[in-house]
Design a protein around this ligand. Structure first.
Ligand SMILES: Cc1ncc(C[n+]2csc(CCOP(=O)(O)OP(=O)(O)O)c2C)c(N)n1
Ligand SMILES: [Mg+2]
Length: 412
């Protein structure tokens, strides 16, 4: 089982400089720079990539991880309180998301999945916008071009195609930015991800494939989906890969820098497997106790990504009371802001759902809209929305004979 290996440091099979990354052959070892006990272990190949990281920056990475765990806890609570319809927790994946996202440049472009809300935080997505879709308030959370991050993809793996296409565009523009795509272990079984890798390799596109192997695809264990390490698969496409401890923020950062550097210098795509663990349920609608062993969770809790950086800071004498209090204050403030934004966002008009389906009129949709507006009218005229131009009331007003509404009775 892959879970046993993350306790120790390791090396890769690849050479020096930016030849880092495995091109096939024997299975790779795991890159680790901080042990679960918080010990900084040296790694000749990857140390140079994070040599510049100061104590202050390490503290900042720790703060980021604490903050996104707090975002996650708060959003889970909001869901339990009926304020969000659903939430996909990132608990346990903080180092993978912070170590990578904090390494990106502003002009790089991110294509992610639903679980990468820590990445969205790093990109500067408004806290209210992070939860907007999960509240069922909008079809899309934010404008991708304001933060250079596409809205999260729910169709498993589809974002990797978008990333490869975007990367080919970067190439055409002659720019040195990079398309960076996040996806899960389960996604690697999808055709989309494989097609994205074929194109990326063929055109040597500046794209980084960042797979968070959290060991589960809902209730399917990774060992069922892949009989080899996931990082061994890209070799078949001619894409170099790295296999890093995804609960080690420095190892993730080093690998991300290797991959970005290669892409910026015209060296084409890289695949990173960040070996981590989904410590929570798949979503708030899931109960993992029905399909996974409690011992597995306990093993991974001992490899917690935040605890190990905290232990490292402590070893360095940097974990002062003031520092810890400041981190806590920041996390609380972020959680407060997100909660206020969530509960304070105005409800959309029910018929707004029809506005963004087609750009041109469509008789099928018109008929459905007409039905729905008469159905809504059967509950009596709403208050408050009547005055809004083009809103609920105008649809209701034009919906015709209230007798018709009775025929919708069964739909209640
Ligand atoms: C194309 C497609 N097939 C199936 C699903 C249903 N589905 C939602 S999440 C998920 C598992 C994804 O697992 P993984 O890629 O490991 O990502 P994780 O949820 O672990 O972050 C599946 C199968 C979907 N959303 N899209
Ligand atoms: Mg997974």
């Amino acid at each position: 089982m892959l879970t046993d290996e993350v306790g120790q440091g390791g090396t890769t099979a690849s050479g020096p400089g930016n030849n880092a990354g495995h091109r096939g052959g024997a299975s790779q070892n795991l890159v680790q720079l901080i042990t679960p006990q918080g010990e900084r272990v040296s790694h000749p190949e990857y140390d140079p990539w994070v040599r510049d990281i100061s104590d202050e920056q390490l503290g900042s990475l720790y703060e980021d991880m604490v903050v996104i765990r707090r975002i996650d806890t708060e959003a889970t609570a909001l869901q339990r309180q009926g304020e969000l319809a659903l939430w996909p927790p990132l608990l346990g994946q903080e180092a993978s998301q912070i170590g990578s996202a904090r390494t990106l440049r502003e002009d790089d472009f991110v294509f992610s999945s639903y679980r990468d809300n820590g990445v969205a935080y790093c990109r500067g997505v408004d806290l209210t916008d992070i939860v907007r879709v999960w509240r069922g308030n909008a079809s899309s959370g934010w404008d991708p071009y304001t933060v250079n991050m596409a809205v999260p993809q729910i169709i498993i793996g589809a974002q990797t195609l978008h990333a490869t296409g975007y990367a080919m565009g970067i190439q055409n523009d002659g720019a040195d930015s990079v398309a960076f795509t996040y996806f899960g272990d389960g996604a690697t079984s999808e055709g989309d991800v494989n097609e994205a890798m074929v194109f990326a390799a063929s055109f040597q596109a500046p794209v980084v494939f960042f797979c968070q192997n959290n060991h589960w695809a809902i209730s399917e264990p990774v060992r069922l989906q892949s009989h080899v390490h996931i990082a061994d698969r890209p070799a078949g496409f001619g894409i170099p890969s790295m296999r890093v401890d995804g609960n080690d923020v420095l190892a993730v950062m080093a690998a991300t820098r290797v991959a970005l550097d290669r892409a910026r210098r015209g060296g084409g795509p890289t695949f990173i497997e960040a070996v981590t663990y989904r410590m929570g349920p798949h979503t708030t609608a899931d109960d993992p106790t029905r399909y996974r062993d409690a011992n597995e969770l306990e093993d991974w809790a001992a490899k917690d990504p935040i605890r190990r950086v905290k232990a490292l800071l402590d070893r360095k004498g940097l974990l002062t009371e003031e520092f810890e209090a400041a981190v806590q204050r920041k996390a609380d403030a972020v959680a407060r802001e997100m909660r206020a934004g969530c509960t304070g966002m105005p409800d959309p008009e029910p018929l707004d759902i029809f506005k963004h389906v087609y750009s041109t009129p469509n008789s099928w949709l018109d008929r459905q809209q007409d039905h729905y507006s008469r159905y809504l009218a059967s509950f009596g005229a709403p208050t408050g929305a009547e005055s809004e131009e083009g809103g609920y009331s105008s649809y209701v007003a034009s919906s015709g004979d209230p007798e018709d509404a009775d025929s919708e009775e069964g739909a209640r």
